[in-house]
Ligand binder design. Sequence first.
Ligand code: PLP
Length: 393
Amino acid sequence: MEEKLSSIAKTLKPSPIQQLSFLAERCNAVNLAEGFPDFPAPPLIKAAAVSAITSDFNQYRHVQGICDLLVDKMKQMHGLDVDPLTDIAICCGQTEAFAATMFAIINPGDEVILFDPSFETYATCISMAGGVPVYVALDPPYWTLDKVKLLDAFTAKTKALVLNSPHNPTGKVFNMGELEIIAECCRTKDCIAITDEVYEHIIYDNEPHISLASLPGMQNRTVITSSLSKTYSVTGWRVGWAIGPSCIASAIRNIHTKVTDSAPAPFQEAALTALRSPPEYYRSLRMEYESKRDFVFKLLCRMGFQVEFKPLGSFFIFATIPETCKLTDVEFVEQLIKEAGVVAVPGCGFFHTKHDYDNRYIRFAFCKDDATLTSAALKMRQLVDASGRLRFL
Ligand SMILES: Cc1ncc(COP(=O)(O)O)c(C=O)c1O
């Protein structure tokens, strides 16, 4: 029967991360792997969802009010003028918004530039749409963008570039200089930019979140994708959006309608409450995550991890395995599960090109309750011997 599978389906294999998840479950490990919160979502937003269900918002639905609120948000955050009737598609999370964008713009053989390391789902969506991912390596330890490498990646087939900032897995926030380089390349090479801004409100050290779309000449060639998932701790609600030039937004809406029809109606209703959250909500979200980041950062440094780059955004720390440790990232995580009862993600799944460092990173997610982080810290400290070195070096 396997021969009946499509060629793209045959390329999709369970990742080593999934196997580690099974091991972690068997060992009842504290989970610092999964990129979603283990603490409750804000009560007001949950109440809005419950009320939407009891008020019978339970059928296919497009909630235009979300678009109106996104228009205000784009104006306030980025100074962008967006038409709520033509420029927005509400989708099932950023994931569907991104996939639908690929189906909206990619023809077979079109190339799409991605930065390496990157979030895993982009490449699959690009391939499913018939496109070809082309990688530009960011340079460790600060994951710096090299303009020459970026320019080299463009060919006559380049259709689009994907920018995820704040960045999963590194926590990098692309600075204005880097955004200007990317914008210049997009303009001169007539390239569409797709931004993934799901961590737009999870950003530290007073770093601003700048959307690539706000740079000169970029709004008319950028599709912004984002969602409720991370900002409001509701990754299971599946409400996201794409905001872009009207013809692309319209194509995305058509694709979305054919594939899923609508995002979940009660959660779209609750999105109205979420998107009206006061500035204080976003301020305390940042502060809480910043203190979690500092806690895990200190823990990892004390354990001998090399964490040259302290994340400026998102809720991940991408730490280098201590130099003296000869284990690969996958072996290291196996040991972490077995010996400490803590699970994290081996970095290899985020690298798509060969580097001598691509099995040296571990991603720790700190979007967890303080009790979870404290319990992980207690367990991980047991791995350190009296001289302060990791026991399984
Ligand atoms: C960079 C990035 N983009 C998108 C997503 C998924 O977003 P959504 O839940 O809106 O589909 C994630 C989830 O981990 C992510 O890390």
